[in-house]
Design a binder for this molecule. Sequence first.
Ligand SMILES: Cc1cc2nc3c(=O)[nH]c(=O)nc-3n(C[C@H](O)[C@H](O)[C@H](O)COP(=O)(O)OP(=O)(O)OC[C@H]3O[C@@H](n4cnc5c(N)ncnc54)[C@H](O)[C@@H]3O)c2cc1C
Length: 499
Amino acid sequence: MRTKEQYIEGLRKMRRNLYVNGHKIDRTDELQKPTLHTIGLTFDYAARPEYQDLCTATSHLTGERINRFTHIHHSKEDLHKKQDMTRALCQISGGCIQRCMGVDAANAIYNVSYEADRQNNGATEYHQNFVRWLERFQREDLVGCCAQTDVKGDRVKRPSQQRDPDMYLRVVERRSDGIVVRGAKVHNSEASVADEILVLPTRALLPEERDWAVAFAIPADWEGVKQVVSVHNLRQREHFPRGFAPAATDSYTIFEDALIPWERVFLCGETIHGGVCALLFALFHRHSYSGCKPAMGDLMLGTVSLAAEYNGIHKESHVRNKLAEIIQVAELGYAAGFTASELSGPEVYIPQMGICPYGPGSYIPNSIYSNVGRALTGEKVFREAEILCDVSGGMPATFPYEGDFLNPETKDLLYKYITRNPDIPPEDAAQLWRYVGDTLCSSSAGVHLFGAYHGGGSPIMEAIAMTTQYDIESRKKMVRRLAGIPERRHRPDPAAAKS
Ligand SMILES: Cc1cc2nc3c(=O)[nH]c(=O)nc-3n(C[C@H](O)[C@H](O)[C@H](O)COP(=O)(O)OP(=O)(O)OC[C@H]3O[C@@H](n4cnc5c(N)ncnc54)[C@H](O)[C@@H]3O)c2cc1C
């Protein structure tokens, strides 16, 4: 396994294809540093003996110890540990730990490449290609990110119906040495600090949409690929630093007729498996949220409790109710993820076919529980922000600059007038209000809310997954029996009854 320093050294050597605000930058540019330190925690903690069980695993390919963020889950225990690792590392970083997209995409493609080969009766070698790629990914302890979300153009039109077919990334040429792809994937978190980008479809596809059924992996600086990056760093502090300052980046990853060699192609034209691949990444990713969202709940609970205490209102009953609300969401989200791991297995839901055995035997979390947990915790982020806003009062929004707490003309006055609970040193209160400002009033806070809400799919996608996969018919039957409504084969035609 690598150290954080070796990881950063690897990025330093990569081709410059990152564009930020009109400039081309290196991967180790100052702007990227806070994100590198955040993702760097996944290397630091894997090296700590007390975190080894949680943050490392044994490769099923080589038997070697690997970072759990490169592992293919082979048991319920593996999925439990991924959930717990994600919760622990997000608590430590104070935000997203950023490496789950790569492992979630790898787990999806591992299964899909196997099934596509089976469908092709050995005419393709996607799975073998992927296993070779995975072996290197694990051995070199690489960071992966996932490029799933297409720009999608006209939202109500399918890929093949778009006026511009490039609105969904597609294969424009099949050659003897590889495929040529064109399109743009957006909102790709941490692509600017990733070693490898895993690309897979956004949605279910029709049989005639073969060109859009494509999955592959490439180094993030690949020829023909440009990344336009937005960087989400917290406001810089000069005098009163935080304990840890998490950060993130998101890229528009643009493929300008990039040549992808066949050995890096894991799906090309198999539309059913393209749709399953989209669904499977979302499923693994929603399961990852059952680790990170409870961690966000833990941090929100701590922040609201401290805000209440520092405001001297911690014994008021309305505060107790709000704390209970945060605990409910965090732990129900965790419980849903736990149950999804318990009910996991080598099977997946395929539209029109129901739950089917799928893949070479790796473990896939239960879909209903992954989706209900993600939907609950994702949709509650704005409510939790509302609670923190309520309990904090206006202080975090208008808090004076650091320099005014140093200037002898204003320093003592400010510490006097920000004091609320006399038992709390005003210096501590100032640090908390700065922290709450970062959490709710900064531009990073807004991005975080959007990510927590839309990441892994907008709420409608979870609603679709739940309602199409849940056995609603059996519930209707239960109620018909209780209500005394007879079971009928065919509904009587009211018009025929009238005549
Ligand atoms: C911070 C952040 C990080 C992210 N990280 C990643 C990442 O690492 N990798 C990745 O691939 N993606 C990532 N995503 C993308 C995320 O999965 C998408 O934002 C999400 O799937 C929604 O897609 P969209 O943004 O295109 O929204 P839209 O599709 O534009 O949704 C806008 C609204 O339109 C509705 N809508 C869309 N289509 C239809 C339709 N056909 N009929 C009716 N209503 C419709 C939606 O329900 C929603 O209400 C990230 C997003 C964010 C915000």
